[in-house]
Design a protein around this ligand. Structure first.
Ligand code: ZN
Length: 397
């Protein structure tokens, strides 16, 4: 299944994308995006063909309305104006600690959506095989409500766009530490979109959803798959769950394209979640997704960023590995000294000089055996529930 040959892959970026910032000190800090792109560039992994940088564009209102209600988009626009009535935001999930009202947020977030649309256009139009839009991945936004740092749901808009323009069957894979609840909600009754989310169990983490019994509704029953991982889950157990489900689900579903939300807040150093992944996990997960895409959908992958709040020590390294895996050109392990020095000057923090956290870099959880047993049982439960349904799709599991 593995295919390591280089493939045309686009990075969607412009410095304007670093404008999605709520306030100083907010965890969703765009410096992580700039540092990621600088690290990718410093390794010489992007530039001309076959690995171009494509500029984003602003999503149109019509495109936002593929997912969001007109009333909500109008409210976000009103709240974006200088001197807006912040109290009005509460009805729309805005003006909270997580998702404050910020001047210009309609335009800024429409740019993030447009970046993922550029990725989808480049992949579905055949210009490149895969694309990575690290500023996207705002998977909590609902059709009429902001949530968890997310105003508009770029992933859902891009999926709807691919359905409308290309009649695509879309497999959505989400490896963020938090459940991909907004994307699940939008496609909950849609059998043309298979959503698969791996995340820390909602028993312990926002948004408190994503349990195995959330399986879809109506015609979409069986097309929502949730894999809630135990707290302290490390690479081996996470990878085992992923390998037990993703290739088999793709085999049964036969997607035309895979959309991958690649939040890296499951890393052991992330301050918001309680998982214990290392950077190497994200490279491996993407390699698997790429191999599955090569087998079933001519290699088409539209990947985004997502969560990731250890902005200096983890995110740039994890997403540089993601980028290399998407390109089929593994990123060199050594982090350039120039980049390390610039980060040290900016943050006062020392970052690991290698992209891949070495084995033993972090002590294993004292609960490791229990965690692995819990996850193995949970995966069996997912397979027990999903198996009879996917064989009903007429294909082998
Ligand atoms: Zn997250």
């Amino acid at each position: 299944m593995s295919d390591s040959s280089p493939s045309p892959t686009a990075l969607i970026w412009d410095d304007a994308l670093a404008g999605y910032r709520f306030r100083s000190g907010h965890p969703m800090d765009p410096r992580r995006l700039r540092l990621t792109v600088e690290l990718i560039r410093s390794q010489g992994l992007v530039g001309d063909a076959p690995r171009p940088v494509l500029a984003p564009r602003m999503a149109t209102e019509e495109e936002l309305l593929l997912v969001h209600t007109r009333e909500y988009v109008e409210a976000v626009k009103r709240l974006s104006a200088p001197g807006a009535d912040v109290a009005e935001g509460r009805a729309w999930g805005l003006g909270t600690e997580d998702t404050p009202v910020v001047e210009g947020m309609h335009e800024k977030t429409a740019w993030l959506v447009g970046g993922v649309l550029v990725a989808a256009e480049a992949v579905m139009g055949g210009r490149v095989r895969r694309a990575f839009a690290p500023a996207g991945g705002l998977h909590h936004a609902m059709p009429a409500r902001a949530s968890g740092f997310c105003v508009y749901n770029d992933l859902a808009v891009a999926i709807r766009w691919m359905q409308r323009e290309h009649g695509a069957r879309v497999m959505y894979v989400d490896v963020d530490a938090h459940h991909g609840d907004g994307v699940q909600e939008v496609f909950y009754d849609d059998p043309e979109v298979l959503t698969v989310s791996f995340h820390e169990s909602g028993l312990y983490l926002f948004p408190s959803t994503g349990f195995v019994d959330e399986m879809g509704a109506g015609d979409g029953y069986g097309y929502s798959v949730n894999v809630p991982l135990d707290v302290h889950t490390g690479d081996a157990s996470w990878l085992a769950a992923f390998e037990a489900l993703v290739p088999a689900l793709a085999e049964a579903f036969r997607p035309d394209v895979i959309v991958l939300q690649c939040g890296c807040d499951g890393h052991v150093l992330d301050p918001l979640a309680h998982l214990r992944a290392t950077t190497s996990l994200y490279e491996r997960l993407v390699e698997i997704v790429v191999a599955v895409a090569e087998e079933h959908c001519e290699g088409r992958v539209v990947a985004t960023g997502g969560g990731g709040y250890a902005i200096y020590t983890v995110v740039p390294r994890a997403w540089t590995l993601v980028w290399g895996a998407l390109c089929g050109v593994p990123a060199p392990d050594e982090v350039p000294a120039r980049w390390l020095e610039a980060v040290r000057r900016e943050s006062g923090q020392d970052v690991s000089p290698v992209l891949r956290d070495p084995p033993g870099a972090f002590p294993p959880s004292a609960r490791r055996e229990e965690v692995e047993a819990n996850n193995a049982r949970m995966v069996q439960e997912v397979r027990r529930r999903v198996l009879p349904l996917v064989t009903g799709w007429g294909l082998a599991f």
